[in-house]
Every structure is written in C-alpha cells, then in structure tokens.
Design a protein around this ligand. Sequence first.
Ligand SMILES: [Zn+2]
Length: 147
Amino acid sequence: MTSTHLSERDLQAAAESEALLPTPQADHLRGCRLCQDRVATYQHLFVATARLPQPAFTFDLTASVLAQLPRQKPAFPWMLGGVAALVLGVVVVFLLVFGGAVAQAFQSLPTPLLGTGLALVATLLVAGQGVELLARHRRQMRLLSFS
Ligand SMILES: [Zn+2]
C-alpha cells in the first residue's frame, strides 16, 4: 500500500473499471478502505448521471458550437496553390516554345483518347478533393461528439 491515496483521475478510472488502473494504484485500492469508498461514490454518481434525461436547451446548441469551430481552410492549401501556379507557368512556357509541335502531335491523336485522358484527370482531381473534404468533415464531427 502506497502512502498517498489515489488521485481523482485514478478514482474515476477505477469507477469505470479497475483494469484501467496501473498496478501500484490497483494494489493501493485493494488495501485502502477510503479509496474504495470514493470509487463506490463515483460509481453511484456515474449510474445516476447515466439515468438523467437528455438535457433540452432553449437555444440551438449545434449552431452555437458550429459558430465556434475554426474557419474552413481553402480546399487547396496556399503551398499547393503556389506549386500549381509554378507548374502552370512551366506548361505555358512549354506551349509557347513548342506549341506548334504539340499541336501537330495532338492532331495525329485520336480524339476519344484525348477526351478520355482529360476526363480521367478531372475525375481524379474531383475525387481527391472529395476525399479531403470528407476527412475534414469527419475530424470536425469527432470534435462535436459529446459522449
Ligand atoms: Zn487510499
């Protein structure tokens, strides 16, 4: 048995389950009547709290919480925007220098192949943005879970 009693955090953890306690605290709890009584008090409190009806607020709790969440960042962070601008600049310079040769190459390509490639790239971009938005939404919803 250690000389000091369990902390409030350990008492509450023990009230949930004694398996949550580290071994020295669990050993202390087995030998200390005061800490056992405190754990029993927390267990009564937890049971009573679980039986309480759900609170009904006179205001829109969801709206007030959402108003306090941090603002959404743009879908593309500024660094990605800079990289995209740089790549776009390189592409423009390339087209200015080699535009004639590229135009001849595209004219020799079958049109469905070009359309399919553009559609594939656009689909990948939209899917990537969708996945990012979904991940961000899940992070925010995790912040809102009160259980
Ligand atoms: Zn104790």
